[in-house]
Write a protein that binds this ligand. Structure first.
Ligand code: NAD
Ligand code: AKB
Length: 318
């Protein structure tokens, strides 16, 4: 088996994807890379390389040297950061992807690309958002995500590249902090609940969005990359969800475990506007039918598990 390269590997997703891939395929088979350096890495963890995805030579050199066969391309700016820095977002999200695809074409690599619920916009049907529907996002993040989906399909059709992608919902995890998105509240709330018994949420109480616990998302990425290509009608990218809830509902669930937990709302107009342009709940039947997607974590189980892990970490710190 040729090796796997993960770009943007020190981010929220990569921090959990890399260990799972290494458990499954062997530590030396998975090359982690980022524009940041790994502070606590040891040689036993597996290879780590500095790769800035806007520099094609850096990508190509690592792909050639490690004989990479699959690239999980995670390097990107998230929605709130992209809105604050639209030019950099275009350069990294589109420029990085274009260079990864060119290298993949030269070396015959398969490419996984995470798209997002941000690839939809205000004119998209909000409830039960279909797999194939209107995609006219109004954010720079969303524009890069739709363009990325199209570019990946183009490389599949035009050059026969094996590109596959998921429209991921907001991801909730306890390992690495989120990187500046609109759904980050759903991670922050757990930390604040345990530390202060209170959270000031930057989205309105009734803002409904699709969400997923990280273990489900990691499993979905690997399952999609291992799916039988003959069964895939779609490629870039599959709607994917586990649950859809509001900040008020998440706070209620956390309140079942933390007595006296309170939430209030200090709405950030920028992130609220982004959230208001995204669907309330998407329909992921294509993923279920074409490669057997099935979520395992619901809101109650995820909340319990998040609090258990974070409590354990807080205890270890004191
Ligand atoms: P993150 O912000 O936590 O991590 C991104 C990583 O990319 C960072 O470690 C950063 O240092 C790195 N990076 C930035 N510019 C780079 C460059 N030029 N070259 C190489 N690395 C660079 O993001 P994440 O949450 O891990 O998301 C990864 C991907 O998944 C992104 O495409 C994102 O849009 C998508 N996604 C994430 C979520 C989510 O909730 N986390 C949801 C939907 C889609
Ligand atoms: C963000 O909020 O930007 C991400 C996403 C849903 O794409 N978490």
């Amino acid at each position: 088996m040729r090796r796997i390269l993960v770009t943007g590997a020190l981010g929220q997703i990569g921090s959990e994807l890399v260990p799972v891939l290494r458990d499954r395929y062997g530590a030396d088979r998975v090359v982690a890379s980022d524009v940041r350096m790994h502070a606590s890495a040891t040689a036993d963890d597996g290879p780590f390389e500095y790769v800035d995805c806007v520099h094609i030579r850096q990508i190509a050199e690592v792909v050639r040297r490690y004989e990479v066969g699959t690239i999980y391309h995670l390097a990107a700016l998230l929605s709130a950061v992209a809105e604050a820095k639209p030019r950099v977002a275009w350069d990294v999200n589109m420029g990085g992807l274009y260079r990864v695809l060119e290298v993949a074409r030269e070396y015959g690599c398969a490419v996984f690309l995470p798209s997002s619920i941000g690839a939809f916009g205000p004119s998209t049907p909000r409830e039960g958002t279909p797999q194939d529907t209107i995609q006219r996002p109004t954010t720079m993040y969303g524009i890069t995500k739709v363009s990325a989906e199209l570019l990946c399909d183009y490389y599949a059709q035009r050059f026969g590249l094996d590109t596959r992608g998921l429209r991921l919902p907001g991801l909730i995890s306890h390992v690495a902090p989120p990187g500046g998105g609109t759904t980050d509240y759903a991670v922050e709330i757990f930390h604040h609940a345990l530390r202060y018994g209170h959270y000031a949420c930057f989205l309105r109480a009734d803002t409904r969005l699709d969400m997923m616990y990280m273990p489900d998302a990691i499993r979905a990425m690997i399952e999609l990359m291992n799916a039988d290509p003959q069964r895939l009608v779609h490629r870039n990218a599959f709607n994917l969800t586990a649950e859809s809830f509001t900040p008020a509902r998440l706070a209620e669930e956390i309140g079942r475990h933390i007595e006296g937990f309170t939430i209030d709302y200090e709405v950030d107009p920028l992130r609220q506007a982004i959230a208001d342009s995204w669907p309330d709940s998407i329909d992921d039947r294509a993923a279920r039918e074409e490669w057997g997607w099935q979520p395992e974590w619901d809101l109650a189980a995820m909340t319990r598990d998040m609090l258990d892990h974070l409590r354990g970490r807080l205890k270890a710190q004191h």
